[in-house]
Design a binder for this molecule. Structure first.
Ligand SMILES: C[S@@+](CC[C@H](N)C(=O)[O-])C[C@H]1O[C@@H](n2cnc3c(N)ncnc32)[C@H](O)[C@@H]1O
Length: 459
């Protein structure tokens, strides 16, 4: 225990966790080279699969339970290698986080409630604390000596989490309790509207990375200047005023039409993550998030050129993240699935496609692709309206033009331009690839339930 006062929180399961270590297996690995093609670009593009193979990955998205993923990373040698961990776990808020999605087009559609994750209520406090406690211990092992952890939480559970953080990281390593304030409506007349979250910052040592952040001076300060009040040696800082621990300048993503809104419940603003990444990491840092949701931490790291590792056990979170990173043309990254919990039994998708290749010239082979159907026996939605297009069920799809045993190399991704589940997804493509006598082309289709299906075509 890091605390020297000996005070610690106790719950029933504490320290009774089974020490049995199950092997952590990477069941699927995909290399993604962001190349989102729109309907026009899918015709007569030239793709050279060999060009992508040697490129270094800078990110890794892992679909799996975070305890498994943390053990996997520890066993892979990441101990002491990560400079910044941000986590935004469920808050024990007793809620079902889902998004209502509309399948079909504006005249003919079906509404479907897509569950992303379930947040338990107070009756699960014991197991909630236990899992978080185990996670924190593993996260501590992965942090570098200059590293920090930022734990994003709200009033439901913050009081317990703070005590556990004191125990695991040591109260002397507490740096800040950041209060993130936001707006938005609430109908209650029973108490003040709850409009802030807490972000606890703990470091691994006294020598932690911190790059001060600045906020604009208020118009009054600029008008007055500091010189008249404090004397000549105090000039206004060109970067602005030093940032306090309460942040009011970043709002929640409230508007359903906001550019940033990925229709992922609990999605955090990119600006919030960029501030944390900027403050507590360097350009050569590895940044991690073990409850990554829609991938906001990875998106911030892409914009700020940090390496990243993120994980979530929800396949919908993984799908949302892949599309997000593809659309922002992220640097190449890996997508791993470990100890798969999904799809649940009884869920499975399947697609039919035609892939025809012919000699185009001495240099190129022409590949004509068309997805002709997608079907699923997913039991979460009982029946589909018969005339809802199969395209609505597909979230996005990818192509590897030189598929080999070493795994799926996604060189082209076909995504919708907007976040919607209509039939606007292109399903036809004509691509030129460097000529070779024979080979294999693989296609991978992800559906709206988080399921995916791969098919290989040889020529
Ligand atoms: C509050 S959300 C994170 C939102 C994220 N910060 C964003 O900006 O989109 C919490 C996420 O934790 C994931 N999660 C919950 N328990 C998990 C576990 N044991 N392992 C991995 N992910 C988990 C959920 O699927 C959910 O996506």
């Amino acid at each position: 225990m890091e605390n020297n006062h000996g005070v610690r929180l106790v719950w029933q399961q504490k320290d009774k966790g089974a020490a049995i270590e199950t092997p952590i297996i990477i069941q699927e690995r995909e290399h993604i080279f962001a190349n989102p093609l729109n309907a026009q670009q899918l015709f007569d593009q030239i793709i050279d699969p060999a060009a992508t193979e040697k490129i270094q990955n800078t990110g890794r998205l892992i679909q799996g339970n975070n305890l498994d993923v943390l053990k996997l990373l520890r066993d892979e040698g990441y101990e002491g290698k990560i400079d910044l961990i941000y986590i935004d776990p469920p808050y024990l808020s007793e809620s079902r986080y889902s998004s209502r999605i509309k399948l079909g087009d504006k005249d003919n559609y079906q509404i479907f409630e897509r569950l992303v994750f379930k947040d338990e209520g107070e009756e699960s406090l014991d197991s909630y604390l236990d899992e978080l406690y185990l996670c924190m211990q593993l996260m501590k092992q992965l942090l570098s000596s200059r590293g920090s952890i930022f734990v994003h939480i709200d009033w439901h559970i913050s009081h317990y989490v703070r005590v556990i953080l004191d125990e695991v990281f040591g109260s002397k390593n507490f740096i800040n309790e950041i209060v993130w304030c936001y707006g938005g409506g609430s109908g209650t007349r029973k108490h003040f509207h709850r409009k802030h979250d807490l972000i606890f910052w703990y470091s691994r040592s006294e020598d932690y990375i911190f790059n001060p952040q600045y906020r604009p001076y208020s118009p009054k300060t600029i008008e007055r200047g500091l010189t008249r009040v404090k004397g000549d040696k105090y000039n206004l800082n060109t970067e602005g005023a030093l940032m306090q621990d309460w942040w009011t300048d970043i709002n929640k993503i409230l508007s359903p039409t906001a550019y940033e809104n990925l229709k992922f419940p609990t999605q955090k603003p990119l600006a919030l993550l960029k501030r944390i990444v900027a403050a507590a990491s360097s350009t050569d840092s590895i940044v991690a998030d073990f409850f990554s949701g829609s991938g906001t931490t990875a998106a911030a790291c892409e914009e700020m050129e940090r390496q990243w590792i993120i994980c979530d056990n929800s396949p919908i979170a993984a799908n949302t993240t892949i599309q997000r990173l593809v659309k922002m043309q992220a640097r190449p990254f890996i997508f791993d699935v470990v100890n798969r919990e999904y799809p649940e039994p009884g869920t499975s998708g399947n697609f039919e496609a035609t892939v025809v290749t012919r000699v185009h010239s001495e240099q190129y082979r022409r590949v004509d692709i068309e997805i002709t159907s997608y079907s699923t026996v997913n039991q979460k939605i009982e029946t589909f309206e018969p005339d809802i297009s199969f395209k609505s069920l597909i979230e996005f799809w990818e192509i590897d033009f030189d598929y080999q045993e070493k795994g799926f190399y996604s060189q082209v991704q076909v995504v919708r331009e907007k976040v919607q589940w209509d039939d606007s997804l292109p399903v036809v493509a004509t691509i030129l690839i460097p000529y070779q006598e024979s080979g294999s082309i693989a296609m991978k289709v992800y559906d709206i339930f988080g399921d995916s299906c791969t098919r290989i075509f040889t020529y």
